[in-house]
Design a protein around this ligand. Structure first.
Ligand code: NAP
Length: 283
């Protein structure tokens, strides 16, 4: 039986720490602020934005929401980004993904001031992550590192396998494991004999986006299994990539979905907003 990694409890600790830091900054006359931009009316995005606003309020971070219609043009969106780049009370800018068709997400990210890029998606910050000299860590992979740390299992020297190579999860995840001295393999849709590669992992991180993708035969006994996936199963219930019931008896530690990686992502966003405020105020 695996130990269940409680992402909710660990994220609550991170938020508590963030709140303390916010109060210390307030005492120095600095109020950390986050702008959240949402374009269109995607219901899932609306939930994510509401959760981010609530998390800001709970940690005394000032937040502003910019809800734009789906008809917003590229120029209008970039104009807003430029305005927020110049706004002193805003230290972090988050543009909720996905944007409606016709808007270029990559271009929008490149227009965000890298010092306000709390998602760490700007090419400048991506480069700094490659070099290991980062100010901001991308929220989801950074949250995963915290969850692994909470187990007490050392990453250094371990065989780590990441399934998925997206710019927002898989690639930065692999880089952070590497910076923690893991021996890292990245798998993707062209990987040959993926189950065999996964079976070598002491630490297995799945970021595929397919329910029941990671089955028991893909997991080495005693492995740490981190499930980044957020999917709906055949009954419409939220689930991860990992076949939890089958893998849990084999793993040493495992994250549930919900209640694993998800809550950590928001906690790390708050942490980045505080880091951005400090950076911009030279603290
Ligand atoms: P993505 O951009 O769709 O990337 C998925 C990756 O999985 C790709 O690299 C793809 O390989 C790989 N893949 C797909 N099918 C595969 C297969 N059959 N065998 C091996 N690899 C396969 O997704 P993402 O944005 O990284 O997100 C991944 C999952 O994490 C989603 O469920 C998403 O909702 C979730 N997520 C959760 C959080 C959170 O806070 N919990 C945050 C972000 C994302 P190719 O590159 O070869 O196509």
């Amino acid at each position: 039986m695996a130990n269940i990694i409680d992402g909710k409890a660990i994220s609550a600790q991170v938020k508590e720490h963030v709140k303390e830091e916010v109060h210390q900054l307030q005492a120095k006359g600095v109020q950390p602020g986050l702008a959240v931009v949402i374009v269109g009316d995607d219901p899932a995005s609306r939930i994510y934005v509401n959760n981010k606003k609530k998390a800001c309020a709970a940690t005394d971070i000032y937040s502003e929401e910019y809800a734009l219609p789906a008809s917003t043009t590229q120029e209008e969106l970039l104009e807003l980004i430029h305005t927020l780049n110049e706004k002193p009370e805003i230290h972090g800018i988050l543009v909720q993904s996905p944007l409606p068709k016709g808007l270029d997400e990559g271009l929008v990210v490149e227009h965000i001031d890298p010092n306000k890029d709390v998602d760490a998606f700007h090419a400048y910050n991506v480069g700094k992550i490659m070099q290991g000299k980062y100010t901001f860590l991308p929220c989801t992979p950074a949250g995963v590192i915290e969850l692994i740390r909470s187990t007490g299992v050392e990453i250094s020297g371990k065989r780590c396998v990441v399934i998925g190579r997206s710019d927002i999860v898989g690639k930065p995840m692999a880089m952070l494991l590497l910076h923690n001295n893991g021996t890292v393999t990245i798998c993707h849709s062209r990987t040959k004999d993926l189950p065999a590669v996964c079976r070598e992992a002491d630490i297995l991180v799945s970021a595929v986006g397919k329910a029941h993708f990671v089955t028991a035969d893909m997991v080495k006994p005693g492995a740490v299994v981190i499930d980044v996936g957020m999917n709906r199963d055949e009954n419409g219930k939220l689930c991860g990539d990992v076949d939890f019931a089958a893998v849990e008896p084999i793993a040493s530690y495992i994250t549930p979905v919900p209640g694993g990686v998800g809550p950590m992502t928001i906690a790390m966003l708050l942490k980045n907003t505080v880091a951005a405020a400090k950076l911009q105020r030279g603290l």
